[in-house]
Design a protein around this ligand. Structure first.
Ligand code: NAP
Length: 307
């Protein structure tokens, strides 16, 4: 298997916390350079923008895009145009239409495009999916509550169009739900709470159903202090599956099945290397479509300004 030589765009929180260590730990994967208008790394060649990075490093075969979502399309298109494979941080774009075009364009360019839903690589997700595959789901309760000041310090983009507000973490829960639930599900009602000085919600309550009438509820809140909650509980045929701690812990009928350390990004990069080696792309827009539906169909209430 030949190496995937990465150029990374957007040296912010997620790049430093997760991408850099995961690339370093992934066999057949190495970081050649980074691009960011302000941030640089001491030990890696750093450039002010994507084009400068690609001009200086023709050996780069793949670009990992870790900028805010409103920049995703133009940067991904520029990388694809130069024949590079592309890994898109979540969400894969600011709109569904632009992601659809990237899928087509990557196919035309003959390179791999990977929409990296990192939460799907949490330790308990694959087994939860397997357990649910043949079952009928009656009820799902999703609680995704975290403190925006801890996880997104000083990030103004999150309150702007395309920033998604509380759906930035909420889409992680939806990426798990769309992966593990055995039936497609769709929005019936949404209540979005938007700070008076923001364009995106700080909290959201969502009600979905599926073709068999399951009751599926999600509660997202960015104002959570104290313990952070990333839990999904699923009632099915008299049993309860609980995927908690963001998918690190899986319990079925109170029996602990999996409790493991979070290692999403090493799994994600190993999968990207595999996609590239096999000439494949993987872009599932289902989680982004659920968020788009909530913005399309949700009621909005205004709440206190976010300071
Ligand atoms: P962030 O800390 O704001 O990092 C984004 C970086 O991109 C910043 O350094 C920013 O620079 C830089 N940037 C802005 N414009 C650029 C351009 N044209 N070219 C290159 N770099 C540019 O945000 P983040 O938390 O890392 O999130 C980035 C993406 O990852 C978001 O889509 C988010 O949803 C996703 N994500 C975040 C997390 C998390 O926990 N934070 C987890 C998973 C996924 P300036 O600050 O100077 O503008």
């Amino acid at each position: 298997m030949s190496d995937v030589t990465i150029g990374l765009v957007g040296v912010g929180k997620i790049a430093r916390d997760q991408h850099l260590p995961a690339i370093a730990a992934t066999p057949n994967c190495r970081l050649a350079a980074v691009a960011d208008p302000h941030a640089a790394l001491d030990d890696v060649p750093s450039y002010a923008n994507l084009d400068a990075m690609l001009d200086a490093h023709p050996e780069i075969s793949a670009v990992a895009i870790c900028t805010p979502a409103h920049l995703r399309y133009s940067q991904a298109r520029a990388a694809l145009l130069r024949g590079k494979h592309v890994l898109l941080e979540k969400p894969p774009g600011a709109t569904l239409s632009e992601v659809e075009h990237l899928i087509t364009f990557a196919g035309e360019q003959g390179v791999s495009l990977f929409a990296a839903w990192h939460s799907r690589f949490a330790p308990g997700v694959a087994q939860a999916k397997q357990w649910l595959a043949e079952r009928q789901v009656q009820r799902v309760m999703i609680e995704w509550k975290e403190d925006v000041r801890v996880w997104h310090p000083g990030q103004a983009w999150i309150w702007q169009p395309g920033g998604m507000g509380v759906f930035d973490p909420g889409i992680n829960a939806l990426s798990i739900a769309t992966e593990i639930l055995p039936q497609p599900f769709f929005l019936r009602q949404a209540q979005l709470l938007v700070p008076s000085n923001a364009q995106t919600p700080i909290a959201a309550e969502l009600a979905f159903t599926d073709p068999r009438g399951a009751v599926i509820e999600a509660n997202f809140d960015f104002r959570q202090t104290g313990p952070q909650i990333w839990d999904i509980h699923i009632d099915s045929d008299g049993s309860r599956l609980s995927l908690t701690q963001g998918g690190c812990r899986l319990e079925i009928d109170d029996e602990l099945i999996i409790e493991a350390e979070e290692r999403e990004y090493p799994g994600l990069y190993a999968h990207f290397v595999d996609l590239v080696a096999n000439g494949r792309s993987e872009v599932d827009v289902a989680p982004l479509r659920q968020v788009a539906d909530a913005f399309l169909y949700g009621h909005r209430d205004t709440t206190d300004a976010f300071i």
